[in-house]
Design a protein around this ligand. Structure first.
Ligand SMILES: *Cc1c(COP(=O)(O)O)cnc(C)c1O
Length: 362
């Protein structure tokens, strides 16, 4: 049975994206290297940035590998990074920093709140040894959308390097690189671009990346070296996930056919609005307030103390939908994702299944 994955990635991809993987490709062949180069150029176009100022680098592994590659490469031994966190992915960056022994400070915000400009300004004023600031755009833990434009302008005012984990938002939520003052943006193949998992990518300011030679504490995750080699002719340093790369090129084409980031954002937003409105009928209320709610994924509170999520999950799965468990410790929640090849009809079908279940089981 095939399911619609209502998860934040890996997600449901189109048949045409999957079919691209039926051909084997050679990593050192010119055609493949050209494919890599066209993806890199395409990513800059999706980001609406110029190749004079920014460059795109692809990195093997899941999204976290790419986050780690940015942190290990961008933050030097004498540097100090501030992490602004309100969820598990922000905390993962902290864990990486601790493991690779970076100098860091954490500004932790409750999971259902966003950081304030005042607090970050004060932190940067009082700690002029801070050189880098990193945060997550859409915290997939809860679905909260962080104000990166507001934060970026504070970070830029203090002349710090700004790193954004936009893993679950890039390609599905418009991001203005200039207004956000982004130096490094990280995302991966299997989120809003709607490809399959296997690599991540970084859109970095050339002038900033260029200063990071020999800084990485890792060979495989050295972003500078990966970029240096890829920049020559599109060759990946080590074996690349060829099938995944081809699928990603197709996914990028389909993003363009849909009408680009703005059109995809509209689809996600409409499906998310439909979902939240209909779910409320059955007393499923979101954990995040509407102002901060992303159109990517929604965390729902259990409708009552005796709600049996396992039973609900299995019933939805039997109806063709895979939901996502919650990731919060203090409250009982589950999550429903909107990204992937999921359309209004799918949401309507899901809601029919929810209705049937809730009417019988309630
Ligand atoms: C998916 C995701 C990641 C990366 O997770 P992986 O499991 O390593 O792919 C990082 N940050 C955010 C916000 C994410 O949504």
């Amino acid at each position: 049975m095939t399911y619609k994955l209502l998860t934040p990635g890996p997600l449901t991809t189109t048949m045409s994206v999957k079919e691209t993987m039926l051909q084997d490709r050679c990593t050192w062949d010119d055609e493949y290297k050209a494919l890599t180069q066209s993806i890199r150029q395409n990513l800059l176009e999706v980001a609406l940035v110029s190749s004079d100022t920014y460059t795109a680098v692809l990195m093997q592994g899941s999204g976290s590998f790419t986050v780690e590659s940015v942190l290990t490469t961008a933050v030097g031994a004498e540097d100090h990074i501030l992490f602004i966190t309100n969820g598990a992915y922000g905390e993962r960056m902290t864990q990486i920093a601790q493991t690779i022994d970076l100098n860091y400070t954490v500004y932790a915000v409750p999971y259902n709140e966003v950081p304030t400009k005042e607090q970050v300004t004060q932190l940067l004023q009082q700690n002029d040894h801070i050189t880098h600031v990193a945060m997550v755009h859409c915290e997939t833990t809860t679905g909260i959308l962080n104000p990166i434009e507001e934060m970026g302008s504070v970070v830029a005012a203090f002349n710090k390097v700004f790193i954004v984990d936009a893993m679950s938002s890039f390609g599905g939520v418009p991001i203005d690189f200039e207004k956000c003052h982004i130096d490094y943006l990280v995302s991966s193949a299997n989120k809003c671009i709607e490809g399959v998992p296997g690599f991540g990518f970084v859109i970095a300011k050339r002038a900033v990346l260029q200063q990071t030679a020999h800084q990485a504490r890792s060979v495989a995750l050295d972003l500078y070296d990966q970029w240096r080699v890829m920049e020559i002719d599109g060759k990946w340093r080590f074996t690349s996930p060829t099938h995944v790369v081809a699928a990603f090129a197709q996914a990028l084409q389909e993003l363009q056919q849909e009408g680009g980031v703005e059109a995809r954002y509209q689809r996600y937003k409409e499906n998310n609005a439909l979902l939240r409105k209909e779910m409320a009928r059955y007393h499923f209320h979101p954990y995040i307030e509407p102002t901060y709610q992303s159109p990517i994924i929604t965390t729902f509170l259990f409708p009552h103390a005796h709600f049996d999520f396992q039973a609900f999950y299995h019933e939805m799965k039997a109806n063709g939908f895979v939901l996502y468990p919650g990731k919060l410790t203090e409250v009982d929640t589950f999550r429903v994702g909107n990204i992937g090849d999921v359309h209004k009809e799918d949401m309507q079908r899901l809601m029919l299944s929810v209705k049937k279940y809730m009417e019988v089981v309630q």
